[in-house]
Design a protein around this ligand. Structure first.
Ligand code: SF4
Length: 202
C-alpha cells in the first residue's frame, strides 16, 4: 500500500538530493542562498525553518520543467545543468548550477505564477553570479508561467553591485553560522512567500 506520506517523502528526498542539497560548511554557499534574506538562509541551514512539504512539491515540479528543456531543446550545442564554483572575498566558495550555457551566455529557467514585466532583482543577482562562475558575458532569464503556459526571455542586468551584495551576504551568513546567532531580517515583498513571516512581522 502506498500512502500520501510516502509520496511526500519521495518529493522530500528528491528535493534535498537534487533541488537543494544543503552545504555542510559555513564558508560554502549556493548562489541562491546568497541571493535571499540572510535570516531565512540561516534558519534553513540550522533546520529551524523547515520548508513545508507542499512547497517542496511545487519546487520539485519546477525542476521537471528543466528536464523538458534539457532533453528536448532543439538546440543541442549548449551545456545543460553545468556545475561550477567561484570564490568570493577570497575565502568563500560559491557553488552554482547553470541551467543552460552557450559560448557567451548563461540562461536560467524560472517557473513563476505570472510573467513579470521585467526580471526580478534577486534573479538578476543569481545570474550575475553565474556569469562570474562560468566566465560569460551575458545572462538571460527564461520565465515560464504556470498560470497560462506563457514563456518570456529577458536579458538580465549583471551589474557589479550584485556581486558586492553577495559578498556582504556571505560575510553576514558566515558570522551568523559560526556564532550560532541569527542575522537581522531583511524584509521585502518576498517575505510573503517565507514560512518565517509570522515570526518576523509579528
Ligand atoms: S519573513 Fe522575510 S525577513 Fe523574515 S526570514 Fe523570511 S524573508 Fe527574512
Amino acid at each position: 500500500m502506498i500512502y500520501v506520506d510516502d509520496i511526500y517523502e519521495a518529493f522530500k528526498r528528491y528535493y534535498y538530493s537534487e533541488v537543494f542539497p544543503i552545504p555542510d560548511r559555513p564558508d560554502v554557499f549556493h548562489v541562491t542562498e546568497l541571493c535571499d534574506c540572510p535570516l531565512k538562509t540561516y534558519l534553513i541551514r540550522k533546520h529551524l525553518l523547515p520548508i513545508s512539504l507542499d512547497k517542496m512539491v511545487i519546487l520539485c515540479l519546477g525542476r521537471a520543467v528543466h528536464e523538458v528543456i534539457e532533453k528536448y531543446l532543439p538546440i543541442r550545442e549548449v551545456g545543460f545543468e553545468v556545475e561550477g564554483k567561484t570564490t568570493l572575498n577570497g575565502r568563500f566558495t560559491v557553488i552554482g548550477r547553470a541551467d543552460i550555457l552557450t559560448d557567451y551566455a548563461v540562461y536560467d529557467i524560472k517557473t513563476v505564477n505570472k510573467i513579470p514585466d521585467k526580471p526580478f532583482e534577486h534573479h538578476e543577482m543569481q545570474v550575475t553570479l553565474y556569469t562570474r562562475i562560468f566566465d560569460k558575458q551575458q545572462a538571460h532569464i527564461i520565465y515560464i508561467a504556470k498560470d497560462k503556459g506563457k514563456i518570456a526571455i529577458f536579458r538580465a542586468n549583471t551589474d557589479e553591485k550584485y556581486v558586492r551584495e553577495a559578498e556582504r551576504n556571505a560575510e553576514i551568513l558566515y558570522d551568523a553560522l559560526t556564532s550560532n546567532t541569527p542575522p537581522k531580517p531583511v524584509r521585502s515583498w518576498r517575505c510573503n512567500y517565507c514560512e518565517n513571516q509570522l515570526y518576523c512581522w509579528g
